[in-house]
Design a protein around this ligand. Structure first.
Ligand code: COA
Length: 333
């Protein structure tokens, strides 16, 4: 990855998000597993999360977030020529969730596909879309991070069920001009030696859906929390530092950092190591928990709509997820 030297600048034309209506609080979880509001709050910062209705799928919440972003950008679905959905909870293994979204928003001429990069999915999608636009082949991309994680959570496992939630976020990327904001630099990475510390073992070809695998709960998300924590802090700190340097920014010239929303202690550790004051770090995990690929997308939209990002501001997006995967992106808004 390198600083963006392409001739066509890529700008964020609009953002959107959608959160399911149903709220699950820490007190609700106390009734399901041996946990407490105090433990969850102190160790993660999460107070509540959203849960999709049974008949509400990842493509449905993706579509709502997409419509919200299109409205914000002032363009129609028919104007979109590229759709990338980052998700680990697609409606179906195939076709991709992006295909359902393409139909739902009437983006008839758009190329549509999903990518699987766990919590880093939205940022991987942003990297791909910006490369495809800056090459001159596509003009308006819709990128989405969306998850129905409630469908892969073991609601009897207190190590994981308290951490996650459902939701969707989206952004419209478009070919800009000299006078618009632009993606300044990107820094992405993968470490495939750590696949075992965070994964969903079943449901793929290595461990198909069979009665005995379901019996062993292999269809649910599995995690070694401490290991993941350690890697998350290092990867996000290193990638954020690298992208800040590539973009020629520093702590003073950065208006806002929008990090992956997994755990307030991870976010605080990164802010501390980057020596960026807490008021420049956007946090909404107390409301939604970790929504994986949706987390940075939802946070970006909320920060934008709350007026925390204005034209000309420099912002940093940074994320981390299973894979392991990580990414940091510097944007002049
Ligand atoms: N409620 C109450 N107690 C719990 C609990 C819960 N929901 N989950 C675990 N515990 C207990 C453990 O059993 C353990 O008890 P013990 O000391 O008697 O053995 C104790 O709390 C400490 O558990 P531990 O896992 O060592 O805590 P931790 O400091 O590592 O914090 C996490 C746990 C999950 C909050 C933390 O590891 C974390 O956030 N990791 C990263 C997770 C993440 O971000 N994943 C997604 C990445 S994209």
């Amino acid at each position: 990855m390198s600083a963006n030297t392409s001739k066509i600048p890529v700008t964020i034309a609009g953002t959107g998000c959608y959160l399911p209506e149903r709220i699950m609080t820490n007190e609700d979880l106390e009734k399901l597993v041996d946990t407490s509001d105090e433990w969850i709050t102190n160790l993660t910062g999460i107070k509540e999360r959203r849960i999709c209705a049974d008949d509400e799928n990842t493509s449905d919440i993706s579509t709502k977030a997409a419509e919200n972003a299109l409205e914000n950008a002032g363009i129609k679905g028919a104007d979109i020529d590229l759709i990338i959905v980052g998700t680990v909870t697609p409606d179906t293994t195939t076709p991709s969730t992006a295909c359902y979204v393409q139909h739902n928003i009437g983006a008839k001429s758009a190329l549509a596909f999903d990518i699987s990069a766990a919590c880093t999915g939205f940022l991987y999608a942003m990297e791909l879309a910006q490369r495809m636009i800056s090459d001159g082949h596509y003009k308006n991309a819709l990128i989405i991070g969306a998850e129905k994680l409630s469908s892969v959570i073991n609601w009897e496992d207190r190590n994981t069920c308290v951490l996650f939630g459902d939701g969707a976020g989206a952004a419209v990327l478009t070919a800009g001009s000299e006078n618009t904001g632009r993606i300044l630099a990107t820094e992405l990475g993968t470490d495939g030696s750590q696949t075992s510390i965070l994964n969903i073992p079943g449901g793929g070809s290595a461990c198909p859906i069979r009665a005995e695998n379901v019996q062993d709960k292999l269809n649910f998300l599995s995690m070694q929390g401490r290991e993941v924590f350690k890697h998350a802090v290092n990867a996000m700190k290193n990638s954020a530092e690298a992208v800040i340097e590539k973009a020629g920014l520093n702590a003073d010239s950065i208006k806002l950092v929008v990090p992956h929303q997994a755990n307030i202690r991870i976010i605080d550790a990164i802010a501390d190591r980057l020596t960026i004051p807490n008021e420049k770090i956007f946090v909404n995990l107390h409301k939604y928990g970790n929504t994986s690929a949706a987390a940075v997308a939802i946070a970006l939209d909320e920060a934008h709509r709350e007026g925390k990002i204005q034209r000309g501001d420099n912002i940093i997006l940074v994320g981390f997820g299973a894979g392991l995967t990580w990414a940091a992106i510097a944007i002049e808004w």
